[in-house]
Design a protein around this ligand. Structure first.
Ligand code: ARG
Length: 469
């Protein structure tokens, strides 16, 4: 029979005779990743111990000893003095074991009325809340960056695409603001994830609640939670708050990947719509001329990783019976990674935007090549001659076909070309072919005209001012 070393005794020794096998220990451990929770574990233990003392479940002296011990452990971890080993499985057991080493028998009272099931849940809720608040600031900074860039380019022409084909001219600011609104909705999802994480599971204990007169509202308040889970079985088995964060994360990365994809193409020699500067590009080890948009590419690639983590958690949770099952230990791997990727993604995209120069003058040639004023011509025929739109569409299509065969753009059309295609029946005011004119003819809330765009910026300002700093 193998014995455990005295100081590394696990916490359920009573019923066990031999040690877990090496491979089982390797499978079982989570200390290699959940040590990231130490701060929250200590914070939650302090609140729990204080509640036990307030409720006279432990004495005030015992609480003071526990408190001093926990604070010492926090210091030891921060100073890299804590020894971590697979034998003690996870962060909760490391801290509890060390507490008993430091303060003796009283350390063994900390776990009264609590289980690692509600303990790991409360730690993870705290971890997520903390990180969401930090990321909210980053996301607001991203919104401000889009807003500033859009304002800077409020009069510049940009190319609007559908099907990756030139469609219609738009303002560059309007294009940038399209992303502002997408990311603004992501902020709403992030706020929702925060709300779900803002509920305390502590006191759910193993699954049924505690056999002591505990005060869950007290610990919740002490830890900054707005409320407590209404059902102990729900409290220890749910990972919904994590799912909501992953939903946010994947959608945010979908948006990051879309703009990165566009900027990568726009930065190419074929487009030359933008130049990504040296801060966000890297060279090639073989081709001396290269400046590659690697940062945008890596962010685009990370979308797969973040979506993978959502999928991993979904599969982990599928059909999982209530309440706690050890499968749930894996959740932290996905959560920690996604939290890290989101910070990189947000900071990275801000850096890319700040270090990308837009060249609005480069899009005009492509707009001309793509006959971007065609819809405006059709609309002109509708308004001027009261034609049904389908007829105007047909007439314009013929004009475009004519231009293509003559190898001219719509802007190069002369009166004689119009008569060649349409006879004497219809003509055009040629000024409507001006790209800026096409932009400014757009009407209705949310359109790209300079007038509506100013209104859009005002609405964005209102949103931003409601978000604080
Ligand atoms: N390390 C575990 C986890 O992360 C803590 C909870 C363990 N609970 C248990 N009943 N074995 O999920």
């Amino acid at each position: 029979m193998e014995h455990m070393s005295e100081n590394k005794k696990n916490l359920w020794g009573g019923r066990f005779e031999s040690k877990i096998s090496k491979i089982s220990q390797e499978i079982s451990e989570s200390i290699s990743f959940d040590k990231a929770l130490y701060k929250y574990d200590i914070e939650a233990s302090l609140a729990h111990a204080q509640m036990l003392s307030k409720q006279k479940i432990i004495t005030k002296e015992q609480f003071e000893k526990i408190k001093a011990g926990l604070l010492q452990i926090q210091k030891e971890i921060e100073e890299n003095k804590m020894e971590f080993s697979f034998e003690l499985e996870d962060i909760h057991m490391h801290i509890e074991n060390r507490l008993t080493e430091i303060i003796g028998e009283e350390g063994k009272r900390l776990h009264t009325g609590r289980s690692r099931n509600d303990q790991v849940a409360v730690d993870t809720h705290l971890f997520l809340k903390d990180n969401i608040l930090k990321q909210k600031k980053l996301l607001i900074n991203l919104l401000k960056t889009f807003y500033e860039k859009a304002k800077e380019h409020k009069n510049d022409i940009w190319a609007g695409y559908t099907h990756t084909q030139i469609a219609q001219p738009v303002l560059l600011g309007h294009y940038l603001m399209a992303y502002f609104w997408k990311f603004q909705r992501d902020l709403l999802l992030l706020e929702f994830a925060f709300k779900e994480a803002d509920v305390s599971p502590l006191g759910g204990a193993a699954l049924a609640g505690a056999n002591y007169d505990i005060d869950r509202e007290f610990t919740a308040k002490k830890l900054g939670f707005s409320s407590v889970y209404e059902n102990s079985m729900d409290a220890v088995s749910t990972r919904d708050y994590q799912l909501s964060y992953h939903f946010f994360a994947v959608r945010l990365f979908i948006h990051i990947s879309r703009i990165c994809e566009e900027l990568i193409w726009y930065n190419s020699a074929e487009f030359q719509y933008v130049t990504m500067t040296d801060k966000v590009t890297t060279g090639s080890s073989i081709m001396p001329q290269k400046k590659n948009p690697d940062i945008a590419e890596i962010l685009r690639g990370k979308t797969g990783r973040v979506a993978g983590s959502l999928n991993a958690l979904l599969m982990n949770l599928k059909s999982l019976p209530l309440t706690y099952n050890r499968d749930l230990q894996e959740d932290k791997i996905y959560l920690f990674d996604t939290v890290k990727q989101i910070s990189l993604g947000l900071e990275g995209l801000i850096e890319i935007l700040k270090n990308t120069v837009f060249h609005p003058q480069k899009v005009e040639q492509n707009l001309e090549k793509g006959f971007a004023q065609a819809t405006d011509i059709a609309d002109y025929l509708v308004t001027t001659y009261n034609l049904p739109f389908r007829e105007a569409h047909e007439l314009t299509g013929k004009l475009v076909k004519y231009c293509e065969s003559k190898k001219i753009t719509l802007s190069q059309i002369k009166e004689t070309d119009l008569t060649a295609v349409w006879g004497e029946k219809y003509t055009l005011s040629l000024k409507i072919l001006n790209l800026k004119e096409c932009i400014n003819n757009k009407q209705g809330t949310g359109s790209t005209s300079e007038k509506e765009f100013i209104n859009q910026l005002k609405k964005a300002e209102k949103v931003l001012s409601g978000l604080g700093d």
